[in-house]
Design a protein around this ligand. Structure first.
Ligand SMILES: CC(=O)N[C@H]1[C@@H](OP(=O)(O)OP(=O)(O)OC[C@H]2O[C@@H](n3ccc(=O)[nH]c3=O)[C@H](O)[C@@H]2O)O[C@H](CO)[C@@H](O)[C@@H]1O
Ligand SMILES: C=C(OP(=O)(O)O)C(=O)O
Length: 499
């Protein structure tokens, strides 16, 4: 749906012109994503060339959309990856409490108006689909004094507890309890669980978190130290503290770029947040916030995925827009491996792994995931796919999530030699480049799924990847973008039999 959106105020440095410089065929290809099981087939090995246009960050967009719940009047978000199913789920969550949204798919922008919110309990079914839905607990509680939200969904990559969110909200004066849904009757809450803590063990089960500001008053500023710099908890508490009465100090917070995007939007909406990007945030609460306009940063994980696509296919491609400091960890590793990465202008990378530039083969390297500025967990599976084609033994250690190795079994089906011990994988590379061979594999989560797409680009023959809905959660038009770069990739959409 294309709508005419009002102009709120001048744009910030990242303007839409940064995102519309590619040929129409690339920027305007739209794929209708349905929830029908879909498959990608790739015939390789592939050589890529040309330029790819990076979408706005999924993870930033999810928290920015949640933050619009704090604001009266309208907010206008630019460069939103509107085709992602996660974004569509987040919009359904907002709509379910009475938020009005207008999506301009062609211009990648969303107008949000939260003036008509009529309830504080978003649709549980939608909440279960994504992780970012849980963030709405912060703004709803801060603005309306109450929120009832489902436990986070999202990828099945290990425990995704919410204890830090809960303890942080309690530090701001909220009473928080978990209500567990013990039968299939969604919304019928039969049993009260622990108003104490223990929430972490229940995070994967069906349940709702009920939060209200104590004594019917609003939230009050407070101090909270996060035991771990959780991105989601940091963002949720930033939103809550923005409308709490008084000053909040959050320490050991996440330093991820998405936190910086959120702080910028909150400040433009009338909040007072300082310290974003450091490990301490100081937030002076405001009684009222208004809408603002913002431009979502380019998706650093999509940038990294295409950098790895160039490397695994031993190709040379241009990638833009890129914020180089957001991907410096990967840039360093690929450079060690032998890739040539050149910044072409302020926001374009040229990534080359062609034999003329890198010699006979890339070298393996070790990675250990950790919070930003460390190596991103969201690039671990893609990196592992690359390492299966590099020289020597590489060690991949996953330290953020306890079950993010689901892709290994599928990579083994493609001929990769990987041994897993707990959260560490030993990847035995190939002295003479890829000997991966195509076969049928299943994507079980978002980044694991895309790592199979990357492996399929390098594999001999045809790779068929099922479960592409996981990939569609976080990659906009992935197949169209890869086709544009020269990949032989097709999406198979089963015919729906008429009723
Ligand atoms: C630090 C980190 O890399 N975070 C990633 C994480 O964010 P996301 O916000 O999903 O996850 P967190 O940063 O909150 O979680 C990271 C770690 O903290 C733990 N935890 C979290 C919340 C809580 O209340 N208690 C608790 O113990 C989790 O179990 C996990 O081990 O996944 C996102 C999607 O893949 C990524 O974009 C983020 O970069
Ligand atoms: C796992 C991811 O998403 P989510 O946290 O939304 O499940 C991801 O972005 O890699």
């Amino acid at each position: 749906m294309t709508t005419s959106l009002p102009h709120l105020k001048p744009l910030k440095p990242y303007t839409l012109s940064h995102y519309s410089s590619l040929p129409r065929s690339q920027t305007q290809t739209q794929i209708t994503h349905t929830r029908i099981p879909q498959t990608l087939t790739i015939t390789g090995p592939t050589s890529l060339s040309g330029q790819v246009s990076i979408s706005g960050s999924k993870n930033s967009s999810l928290s920015l959309l949640a933050a619009t719940l704090l604001c009266s009047n309208s907010s206008l978000l630019h460069n939103v990856p509107t085709d992602l199913t996660d974004i569509q789920s987040m919009l359904s969550i907002l709509n379910s409490v009475g938020v009005k949204t207008q999506v301009d798919v062609r211009r990648k922008r969303i107008l949000v108006n939260s003036d008509g919110i009529r309830c504080v309990e978003p649709c549980l079914e939608e909440m279960r689909k994504i992780r970012g839905g849980f963030f709405v607990i912060g703004p709803l509680l801060a603005r309306f004094g109450e929120a009832i939200v489902g436990l986070p969904g999202g990828c099945d990559i290990g425990e995704r507890p919410v204890d830090l969110y809960v303890r942080g909200l309690r530090a701001l004066g909220a009473v928080v309890e978990l209500r567990q849904v013990v039968d299939d009757n969604v919304g019928c809450s039969l049993r009260w669980e622990c108003s104490g803590l223990g929430l972490s063990n229940l995070a994967s089960q069906d349940g709702k978190v009920l939060a209200r500001a104590a004594n019917g008053r609003g939230l009050i500023g407070g101090n909270f130290h996060l035991d771990y710099p959780s991105v989601g908890a940091t963002e949720t508490l930033m939103m809550a503290a923005s409308m709490a009465d008084g000053v909040t100090v959050l320490s050991n917070v996440a330093k991820e770029p998405e936190v910086i995007d959120l702080a910028r939007f909150l400040n433009d909406s009338g909040a007072c947040v300082t310290g974003a990007g450091s490990d301490k945030l100081l937030i002076k609460g405001k009684f009222k916030m208004h809408g603002a306009e913002c431009v979502v940063s380019p998706d650093r994980i999509e940038v990294g995925t295409f950098m790895i696509a160039a490397a695994i296919t031993r190709s040379c491609i241009l990638i833009s827009p890129v914020i180089p400091s957001y991907v410096s960890c990967l840039t360093d590793k690929l450079t060690i491996s032998g890739c040539k990465i050149t910044q072409r202008n302020h926001d374009t990378f040229q990534v080359s792994a062609v034999p003329a530039d890198v010699g006979e083969n890339l070298q393996g390297f070790d990675v250990k995931t950790s919070p930003f500025p460390g190596f991103p967990t969201d690039l671990q599976p893609q990196t592992m796919a690359l390492l299966t084609t590099c020289n020597g033994l590489s060690i991949v250690e996953e330290s953020v999530f306890d079950k993010r190795m689901g892709h290994v079994r599928e990579m083994q089906k493609l001929g990769a030699e990987i041994h897993v011990c707990g959260s560490t994988a030993l990847v035995f590379g190939r002295e003479k480049g890829s000997t991966l061979h195509g076969c049928r594999v299943d994507a079980a989560d978002l980044r694991g799924g895309v790592s199979l797409v990357l492996a399929g680009l390098a594999a001999e023959g045809t790779t068929e990847i099922n479960g592409i809905a996981h990939v569609d959660r976080g990659y906009e038009n992935l197949d169209a973008k890869l086709q544009f770069l020269g990949a032989n990739i097709k999406r198979l959409i089963p015919a729906v039999s008429p009723l």
